[in-house]
Design a protein around this ligand. Structure first.
Ligand code: C2E
Ligand code: MG
Ligand code: MG
Length: 582
């Protein structure tokens, strides 16, 4: 290392010349002297290794580099130098013969070049100045580019992430599963898609507010994240919908372990807004390659989840082939609703109920009927579960009340007073906080007397949401609406419900009545139930009486009210009115 001139320290004019020819060094030194007077410092290295030592220890403002050093030649080396010292401006020194190489060095990262026999103090100073400015500009551009790509990266991450749970979002899920399908296709692997949905999310949102709903989603995401393996993919793809896909190494059964882990995680209630909230998940499962595309995987998983929701036995559904037909039909039915309402296709039939003690009593059960112009006759057992989870069902209940009003008025007109009309309601209606009030509002708007109405609900509804049901029932009873427990004998047949629920009627299901005359055990059971129910002050209704023998049996067993085809079929209003008057 040779210090040629270091009299005066000029902070931004510290140059390092790397040159093995001392004559050239002297020429450059003289020119620098003339151009900068004493206002510069020049360091000299005879080879590149020496230059590196200097660069490592001293800040250099610009490098004057001979391209033909014993240990350094070829423009590609400039790139390496540039990478190592990204802020160092480089001016390359070449002879005439090397002009092509000199130009190349610019492409490889030098800021300027000088031809040895063609320099003057001014040209040298201008070149050094230009190299420094150009380097600054290059670095600013590089920084802006780096900032931009960092920002782009951030934006990309935001676009792929669900803001609330920080899980991947729907679009990221779709691109990932698409890749997973491609991979599985190549490696002939199977994987499972789990589609999860919270059963009670809407209720929690309504009851505790949206902030609590958001909190719950975050907790659900955290619990799911804990149980999935690193190789599983988990995303939130909608309001309360999550998906997981997991590769299956050996058999489909492997998915059960994951499902068990998920269900276990949700055994414990979640603490939301300082309240314990039990979070119930429904899970639909589909498999690749049984479902070979994303659309079919999602459809299968969706169908299975719906099946799980309908069932009161399990929270998990697996896709079966029969679901295709079933769901095609479901879609068809759903799609017809608006048209059916507009065209007035829904009707209500009334089935007269006979009192064993008072032949003059006038009681009915209102039963919806749908004669669809496109699908033909659709049974209530088929369309009600489909419309149940939407506001559709309220529109249908309103139609039932409107038609009930027609029946009451038509009979009043003929001086017959209706005592009671029994109206069926669904679990979803009774678990909605507004339903009780809404029902009373409907009755008032139609000028109907609440005392003339009885709501029929099933035990399953009661079991699924005891608290909410109780609240709604209390509201309705305060206004004079009575309550019947329908289909008793099909599900739980729990004495507890009879004791704890403020009900007025108990309806024994058709399954208990069928062939009753030949079933002494059923008779004994019914005798016991009826006696107990009477002691509780309830009225007993026997449903589905089809034969004279069943009719006699039910009378002998002390049923208070009798209902069935043997006595009356559900009929149109006009037919009911005509029958009653004859
Ligand atoms: P449910 O409330 O148990 O109604 C009694 C069902 O038994 C009715 O079937 C009725 O037609 C039928 N039935 C009456 N007597 C006999 C008989 O002697 N033998 C036989 N085999 N059946 C008899 P429907 O009208 O098909 O209704 C089926 C179910 O659909 C009802 O069962 C009820 O759960 C539901 N449903 C009907 N209308 C409505 C409604 O307006 N709202 C709601 N939420 N559900 C309704
Ligand atoms: Mg009923
Ligand atoms: Mg029933």
């Amino acid at each position: 290392m040779k210090h040629v001139n270091n009299n005066i320290k000029a902070h931004d004019n510290v140059f390092l010349i790397v040159e093995d020819n001392p004559v050239d060094v002297e020429i450059v030194r003289a020119m620098l002297e003339e151009a900068y007077q004493n206002n510069y410092e020049m360091l000299w290295a005879e080879c590149f290794a020496e230059a590196e030592n200097i660069l490592a220890t001293k800040p250099i403002d610009a490098l004057i580099l001979d391209m033909n050093l014993p240990d350094f030649s070829g423009p590609a080396n400039v790139t390496e130098l540039n990478n190592q010292y990204p802020h160092l401006p480089i001016v390359v020194l070449t002879g005439y013969d090397d002009q092509a190489i000199a130009l190349e060095t610019i492409q490889y990262g030098a800021q300027d070049f000088l031809v040895k026999n063609d320099i003057s103090p001014q040209i040298l100073a201008r070149s050094l100045h230009y190299a420094k400015e150009r380097k600054k500009l290059e670095n600013t551009l590089k920084q802006s580019y780096a900032d931009l790509s960092h920002k782009n990266g951030e934006l990309e991450a935001i676009a792929r992430t669900d803001y609330l749970t920080q899980l991947p979002n729907r679009s990221y899920f779709e691109s990932s599963i698409q890749r997973c399908i491609e991979q599985a296709k190549r490696s002939k692997k199977e994987f499972a898609l789990l589609y999860l949905d919270l059963n009670n999310f809407k209720k929690i949102n309504d009851k505790l507010g949206h902030a609590a709903g958001d909190e719950l989603l975050v907790v659900v995401a955290q619990r799911l994240k804990v149980i999935v393996r690193d190789t599983d993919f988990i995303a939130r793809i909608g309001g309360d919908e999550f998906v997981i896909f997991t590769d299956l190494l050996h058999t489909k059964d492997e998915v059960y372990q994951l499902i068990d882990r998920i269900l276990d995680q949700f055994e414990q209630p979640c603490l939301i807004s300082e309240k314990e909230v039990k979070c119930v998940l429904s899970i639909g499962v589909s498999f690749y390659p049984d479902a070979p595309t994303l659309a079919i995987l999602m459809k299968h998983a969706d169908y299975s989840m719906y099946e799980a929701k309908q069932s009161n036995m399990t929270n998990v559904g697996f896709y079966t082939k029969e679901m295709d037909t079933k769901y095609a039909r479901k879609m068809q039915i759903e799609s017809q609703f608006d048209k059916a309402i507009e065209a007035g296709e829904f009707d209500v039939h009334f089935q007269k109920i006979t009192s064993t003690s008072n032949p003059d009593s006038c009681l009915f059960e209102a039963l919806l009927r749908w004669e669809s112009s496109t699908l033909g006759q659709v049974e209530p057992d088929e369309f009600i579960p489909i419309f149940e989870n939407d506001l559709y069902i309220d529109q249908l209940t309103y139609i039932v009340l409107e038609k009930s009003k027609h029946l009451i008025n038509a009979l009043n007109h003929k001086l017959v007073d209706v005592d009671c009309i029994k109206v069926n309601v669904t679990a979803s209606q009774l678990s909605s906080e507004e339903f009780g009030h809404q029902f009373i509002v409907w009755l008032k708007s139609l000028e109907l007397d609440p005392e003339k109405f009885c709501l029929e609900l099933t035990e399953r509804q009661v079991v699924e949401n005891t608290k909410a049901c109780l609240a709604q029932i209390n509201i309705l009873r305060q206004h004079g609406v009575s309550i019947a427990l329908d289909d008793f004998g099909t599900g739980y047949s729990s004495v507890k419900h009879l004791l704890n629920f403020p009900i007025d009627y108990l309806k024994l299901d058709i399954s208990l009545i069928k062939g009753l005359e030949n079933k002494p055990k059923n008779q004994a059971l019914m005798a016991g139930i009826i006696e107990m129910v009477h002691r509780l002050g309830l009225i007993v209704v026997a449903e589905g009486i089809e034969t004279e023998a069943e009719y006699i049996c039910c009378q002998e067993l002390n049923c208070d009210l009798l209902q069935g085809y043997y006595l009356h079929y559900p009929s149109k209003i006009d037919d009911v009115v005509n029958y009653i008057l004859t």
